[in-house]
Design a protein around this ligand. Sequence first.
Ligand SMILES: [Zn+2]
Length: 272
Amino acid sequence: MDCTTYIERYLDAHVDGELGAVEAGAVEQHLKGCANCRLLYAEERAVKALVHERARRYQTPAQVRGSILAALDAVDSAAGNRERPQRTRRAALSALRSARLWIPTAAAAAAVIAFVIFHGGGVPPAGAVPAFDVAIARYQHFDAHFEPNVPSASPADISDAYLGHKMPGLLWNLQPSGYRLVGGRLDRLSDGSLAAFTFYRGEGSSILCAFMKAHGMQLPQGATQTVGGHSYYSYKGYRVCMSYYPRGDFICVMVSRNTMPHFVQDILGTSL
Ligand SMILES: [Zn+2]
């Protein structure tokens, strides 16, 4: 099974738990080897959970989904996409990657929990990973003193600022894990590319989320585990979580000093 077949033909039924045994086997097989489709599945589940949660409170599911998709289209047009947005599931889902969605981690966790893959001993990546080094250097600096250059600490404003600079506007909601959103920064890296840094502080620990251009970077070997498209590493005394966002070719690198189980738990907002 390839990605297109999975997305076009099976994703819907998979999310709804309506696959037959043979199809389910083929789907599991594909997702095992495909981080992007795992991420897609997790996001679709999260959106579905979000839609259901909001619908339960004040609208019909169709209205909520319609307004979410309309918001995604607006994001596309705002990003200067001259082509008419294709109203395919794939277009909607890839738009989601840069959408201003404050996905509750609990909902995301429920979606990804089935895809915890342990890679055994967790051998650290061989050699340096420049993207990790950049994120860790910032983390050390920000942990001592974080000064935002986005002039607001509200998730929506930070997301808007990132989107305004063609960066992904996706922020984690780490509140359920006890982390406060401190603020956001947009900075040029030494190669001239833009990076978005979002800093969170909790009781005794903090988390930095850095969005950077992937520039063809692959996931490094040596992840201790992969959960829903996010790969976790122990690197130079830090915990690092990396995910790839195909839309715009971005990577998200999250850094913490916490222990690995706590870090994974912080990000999922729930216990494994
Ligand atoms: Zn795939």
